[in-house]
Design a protein around this ligand. Sequence first.
Ligand code: DOR
Ligand code: ZN
Length: 346
Amino acid sequence: MKQIEIIKPDDWHIHFRDNDIMRQVVPETTRYFGRGIVMPNLVPPILNGTQAIEYKKRIIKSIPRNNNFEPFMTIYLTEKTRKDELKEAHDNGTVFAAKLYPAGATTNSESGVKDISKIIPVLEKMSEIGMPLLIHGEVTDKNIDIFDREKVFIEKYLEFILKEFPDLKITLEHITTKDAVEYVDGNNRKLAASITPHHLALNRNAIFSNGINPHNYCLPILKREKHREALVKAAVSGNPKFFLGTDTAPHLVKDKENACGCAGIFNATYCLQILAQIFENENSLSNLEKFTSKNGSIHYSLKFNEDKITLVKSEEAQEIVKFLNFQNEKIRIFSPNFDIFWKVKV
Ligand code: DOR
Ligand code: ZN
């Protein structure tokens, strides 16, 4: 039997939502992960420290007693965000980072930023106080092809932000292209990127195989195979600029299987097992711990978790449960198009 022990992983990009859905999904993430950055794109969004504190309390209440998990809170940047309020929330430890959603880029991003010049004073302040900026890096111009939105964002906006704010710590979130990998890798300043398990496991064919597959629809959208390969290469390399942020994002099946199906993949349940399989397939299991448990901490200047977890490989492919029940509805659990032989030892 093959097994590996790694430092307890962190998930640096999570959508917990709120209320009943939150209580259903929080146990899935907190079962194996030690810490996580919680996204603020609720309806309405988390706009200030007071809302973040309340939301954090609700999250903590929904963590099962045996799970040991620390949520790191974020604020949703708008053109009205006040820099002194942001500073206070950061200084008193309530809020860890701020999230930049270009308005309209993804689920619940309508109140995001339309004109980046409006948040320059806020970015200046963040740079000064050492508060990380998390970026959904896609342009929203409907004339730009959906598969090019990340690449164009890098050229048009990220380049500008980096030039203006050389000391700002930035995470380009859920990267999906070879262009993003090369840009982040070639930039020797405080820029790193998170990568999701679904962008490592699937290319864009998965959205269209044997008909349309709304459960593989997420944003940024899955890209062509050469991009997936570049992401896998970056993740398994152990390069400290790349780390895990799952972007686990629950939606009800009825909202996904819909004439206007929403974007998001709920992957918390089998995330680590899928990653172990991908890293093993690439003969890189020895770098799994860097990707899941070390590189993110290094980027965010945090200590590693003290706990460990063990992943065990079985002879038989593991049975995948397809749905998480939610009241009379269901949430589809992400599973890739290959067998998974790894389990987390409990
Ligand atoms: O696919 C996505 N779903 N991408 C995001 O950026 C947001 C997320 C969600 O909140 O559902
Ligand atoms: Zn997200």
